[in-house]
Write a protein that binds this ligand. Sequence first.
Ligand SMILES: Cc1cc2nc3c(=O)[nH]c(=O)nc-3n(C[C@H](O)[C@H](O)[C@H](O)COP(=O)(O)OP(=O)(O)OC[C@H]3O[C@@H](n4cnc5c(N)ncnc54)[C@H](O)[C@@H]3O)c2cc1C
Length: 444
Amino acid sequence: MAKIVLIGLNHAGTAAANTILDNYQGNELVIFDRNSNISYLGCGTALWIGRQIDGYEGLFYANKETFTGKKAVVYMETEVTKIDFDAKKVYAKDSEGKEITESYDKLIIATGSLPITPKIPGLSMANVEYVKLFQQGQRINRILEDSGIKNVAVAGAGYIGVELAEAVRRRGKNVLLFEAENTCLASYYDEWFTHDMDKLLSDKGIQLHFGELVQEVKGKDKVQSVVTNKGEYPVELLIMAIGFRPNTALAKDSLETFSNGAYKVNLKQETSKPGVYAIGDCATVYSNAVQNSAYIALATNAVRSGIVAGHNAGGTPLESIGVQGSNGICIFDYKMVSTGLNMKSAAKCGFDPACAEFEDLQKPAFIKENNHKVKIRIVYDKKTRRVLGAQMASYNDISMGIHMFSLAIEEKITIDKLKLLDIFFLPHFNQPYNYITMAALSAK
Ligand SMILES: Cc1cc2nc3c(=O)[nH]c(=O)nc-3n(C[C@H](O)[C@H](O)[C@H](O)COP(=O)(O)OP(=O)(O)OC[C@H]3O[C@@H](n4cnc5c(N)ncnc54)[C@H](O)[C@@H]3O)c2cc1C
């Protein structure tokens, strides 16, 4: 029987804990989390703040009792402050200052990520908010209730910034979206896609400030304006959403790390120290598109890595099959999904990429209802013909199609193999000349 200590009980930690408790009852599991809540689905923050769902209550799927009921020892609101890897002990402090020490045979670190906080003057002012924890969502929600809040700046037009810009606009505020790149969602999609989203955001009244970096926040106690490289804008709330960094303060000096500081792990989620696992946003993933370690902070990766580490710590060797970074976004009902690499990121990774694309109505033109255009681009390597990525967008729900491309990347399928793939046809769903087939056939 082994004693397993788990640090962090959000998505990755929850998956690891459930895997251990459901499959390896002989082990002892001790869990620490410094927060007061567990399993908050940050992906629901924008839906809740934008009043597309009734409230935040449904955004949790586990609590302390989920694990104590299965005989784990759970310390909530208790921060692990030090790990002694030689003595195999963790040291923690609870919210009342009480110190706790626990020894371990195996250790799982699931400390996640933290919002990037740039060194900009004025960022510590009231009404500058980050979007990660439930408590931060609560604060933004409360601030937006004040009718005096009319102008809101969002810094960062990645997923979270765009989702929050939509949510705040849905609350009737003037929204200014600042982004260093010249388009939104630049890391995930090519401009053929992002320009459609830019237009949609703009049509919905969101003021786009691309190529603009927030450099200063001005105000007395609260934010009164933001200053960028191009101007100064009066706002009463600034939402910072410029990305996340792995939270590795605890062991970055003891474990091998990746270029951005994430713990480097092998396919078993094991770090450079045997018996010490790292999962979720604090760890690397293996990217099948790049065929190397990468950093892709997503809840789906967190859950899978937690399952893998849970089995390995429990005693069953299990290897991850790697990931593709599949993701989706839905803004004012417009849906975009992607997996693997886009043209820009593929070139950056040293490939010589080409793309095959197609645009058409999803269903035959005689279907008059719920029949919108679909855009698809498949990215492949010119030399090997291997599929490296795919992007799709539509007002229709085309999301399931992206999973096929995820598998294609994972299985190293070539673009030519997709040309004659058996894809069914039924007018309720698609066209006889299916958009996936048509895109693949257009590959040179
Ligand atoms: C607004 C938002 C929207 C998102 N939308 C999506 C989405 O739609 N799809 C998707 O796949 N992903 C999404 N993500 C990303 C996803 O939330 C993260 O990838 C996921 O939370 C990672 O889970 P994790 O358990 O690794 O880390 P975290 O969620 O960061 O959890 C880490 C846990 O460790 C605890 N902890 C940290 N340090 C210590 C310590 N020293 N001692 C004790 N406890 C500690 C923390 O309290 C926390 O509970 C979104 C994220 C945000 C913020």
